[in-house]
Ligand binder design. Structure first.
Ligand SMILES: Nc1ncnc2c1ncn2[C@@H]1O[C@H](COP(=O)(O)OP(=O)(O)OP(=O)(O)O)[C@@H](O)[C@H]1O
Ligand SMILES: CC(C)(CO)[C@@H](O)C(=O)[O-]
Ligand code: BAL
Length: 301
């Protein structure tokens, strides 16, 4: 959606290193924003984005003469709303007419609780992007982990060939090296005080991960995470930071079904993969993050 940062650029670099031609799409998709969400204020920085993409150069690791080749993005696809929605688009789902894509059973948990129509908008626009570009490979960030798994399921169920589900790749979350905050275009909404406490969600998830690895129940892991949020809230008050922290959710879900783990569930084996994820409001900015617990070797693709 643009307002590019190192997270986006890590996807671009991975694509450049693995493909002859890389197309980057930049489109702020109205259909995935609820009427009360931040469509109008979402950062749009196209001239800077284009400069950042122009500067991306990857030398693919090959043995032959092609090793001299330098790859840069071949094209940036910046469609208008009219091009992507030729029959028009209204944000209120009940007023929409026409073709939309839903990935049923996977769009109401985690992010879907607070954003019930979000994944319908994402699945619809990504299907259109896949139809237009017909990519062999596609790259999405783990920061939006539910989205990435839903898109894999979409590719499976709609028998997509470009990309096939195996060619839809999930790239690790790029973070601020100083405090681990997941990079996000929405970080630009944060005030200086808000930025100081924004890593709260990361810290909370790390505490839950540690407890899970130590054999705690899900209930205990979630309690650990919530305690970090509470303590940071109090710290913010005592340090007189003018910032309000509000946890939207923190949850642990099965990676295959997205079912919420039972309160007494415990780590069974390294092969058991669990999505530990959450969302935190820092003032009005809603930040998300996640950790995949267990062995993800066969999961990310
Ligand atoms: N920190 C990150 N690390 C890796 N990939 C990322 C990161 N942030 C975003 N992406 C990925 O980049 C792609 C484009 O995402 P998008 O334009 O919505 O950016 P964003 O920074 O996540 O924005 P927002 O703050 O609105 O969620 C998605 O596949 C997303 O998962
Ligand atoms: C997948 C996506 C491009 C659909 O607009 C968006 O949700 C994003 O950038 O994560
Ligand atoms: N990367 C997710 C896009 C959104 O929050 O709308």
């Amino acid at each position: 959606m643009g307002a590019l940062h190192e997270g986006h650029l890590s996807l671009v670099r991975k694509s450049l290193s693995e493909n002859d031609l890389t197309v980057v799409s930049i489109f702020v998709n109205p259909a995935q924003f609820a009427p009360h969400e931040d469509l109008s204020s979402y950062p749009r920085t196209l001239p800077v984005d284009l400069k950042l993409l122009e500067a991306e150069q990857v030398h693919p690791a090959t043995d032959g003469p092609a090793s001299c080749e330098i790859r840069t993005p071949a094209a940036v696809f910046v469609p208008s709303v009219k091009e992507m929605y030729p029959s028009g688009i209204v944000q209120n789902v009940t007023d929409q007419k026409g073709a939309f894509i839903e990935v049923k059973g996977y769009s109401h948990q985690m992010e879907g609780q607070t954003r019930p129509t979000f994944f319908r908008g994402v699945a619809t626009v990504v299907t259109k992007l896949f139809n237009i570009i017909q990519p062999t490979n596609a790259y999405f960030g783990q920061k939006d982990v539910q989205q990435a798994f839903i898109l894999k399921r979409l590719a499976t169920d709609l028998l997509l060939s470009h990309p096939t589900p195996e060619h839809l790749h999930i790239v690790p979350t790029a973070r601020d090296p100083t405090d681990g905050l997941a990079l996000s275009s929405r970080n630009t909404y944060l005030t200086p005080d808000g930025r100081k406490v924004a890593p709260t969600l990361r810290q909370a998830l790390l505490a839950a991960e540690e407890a899970w690895k130590a054999g705690s129940t899900k209930e205990e892991c979630i309690a650990k995470a919530k305690a970090i949020v509470e303590s940071n809230k109090q710290k913010a008050t005592s340090e007189e930071l003018a910032v309000e922290l509000k946890l939207d959710y923190v949850e642990m879900n099965d990676v295959k079904t997205f079912d919420v783990l039972e309160p007494q569930a415990r780590r069974q084996a390294e092969e058991q993969v669990v999505i530990l994820s959450g969302a935190l409001y820092v003032d009005k900015t809603r930040l998300i993050d996640n950790i995949l617990l267990g062995d993800t070797t066969n999961i990310l693709g």
